[in-house]
Design a protein around this ligand. Structure first.
Ligand code: PAF
Length: 282
């Protein structure tokens, strides 16, 4: 398996193995890989001649320095997991210097307001950081197809918007959420949970499922009220937000419209660890 730590080496290598018909599938990650990431790799392998996975904990998308410091970094085990999928995958694991060249700051983006909802309200600057790194990685890897998990649905919509606005020639593909047997959405941050917290975190998906059940007969406000009450009664979990929003604009659902696809979004803290999840309400 090939592992590159610098963009120069990666770009030179890709030039030697690419021609006009080559398709490059790209899976950007911050490491601490789980089954969800590996399924993105499998999708990429099925549909592309070359597959590149990046592993880079991007400092500019963290609005909380403690979260950045504690973000799990597990490169060796990540490499083993990638090998278990295929030894043909090319890994790009750069340093901060290789990506930012001494200027570790975000570019400013206009994502037509998608950036102002939910995560945007609670993580100021986060999506400028995501846009900066994803654009940079697209420039380096030049993928034809890029794969993102739907757990970060807002991120997925924002990346699609960036690609559309900047006319980047890549197809952005959203892939389904992978869950633990108890329903907890797989996330690199789950590594920081104790066994008990992991078990109890089943409440997040259970609540989303119940919200989905309630939505056809209740207003978005009534469902949100029920979710808030559920978390108020649980002292170990603090609800940061629950929002039912239109999938395309991410604007909150005030009055239901038949022409819109709605989705519920949630962010919860357990022991200072922030977990997000989402469910389609179709
Ligand atoms: O979803 C993630 O892991 C990150 O936000 C991404 C897309 C790899 C950018 O750093």
């Amino acid at each position: 398996m090939l592992i590159f730590n610098t963009q120069n080496e990666l770009v030179s290598y890709l030039a030697t193995v690419s021609n006009a018909t080559t398709t490059i599938g790209f899976v950007p990650t911050m490491g601490a890989l789980h089954q969800g990431h590996l399924s993105l790799l499998s999708d990429a392998l099925k549909n592309n001649s070359i597959v590149v996975m990046s592993i880079f904990v991007n400092p500019t998308q963290f609005n909380n320095q403690e979260d950045l410091a504690k973000y799990p970094r597990t490169l060796e085990t990540d490499i083993e997991k990638i090998k278990s999928v295929s030894d043909k995958i090319i890994v790009y694991a750069p340093s901060v210097e290789d990506i930012y060249n001494g200027n570790t700051v975000s570019q400013h983006f206009d994502f037509d307001g998608l950036e102002n909802q939910m995560e945007g309200q609670f993580r100021p600057g986060h999506f400028n950081g995501v846009g900066t790194i994803v654009k940079r990685l697209f420039e380096i890897v030049k993928p034809t197809h890029a794969y993102f998990g739907e757990k970060d649905f807002q991120q997925l919509q924002i990346v699609k918007k960036m690609v559309e606005k900047a006319k980047i020639p890549v197809k952005v593909i959203g892939c389904p959420i992978f869950r633990e047997p108890n329903g907890l959405a797989m996330s690199s941050r789950n590594e920081r949970l104790s066994d008990t917290e992991k078990k109890e975190a089943a409440i997040i998906y259970k609540t989303l499922l119940q919200a989905k059940k309630l939505f056809p007969t209740k207003s978005a406000a009534a469902v949100s009220h029920w979710v808030k009450k559920t978390f108020d009664q649980n002292s170990n979990f603090t609800l940061e937000y629950f929002q039912i929003a239109d999938e395309a604009s991410l604007l909150p659902c005030i009055r239901k419209s038949k022409n819109k696809k709605y989705r519920a979004f949630i962010a919860v803290f357990v022991n200072n660890i922030r977990l997000i999840d989402t469910i389609s309400l179709k």
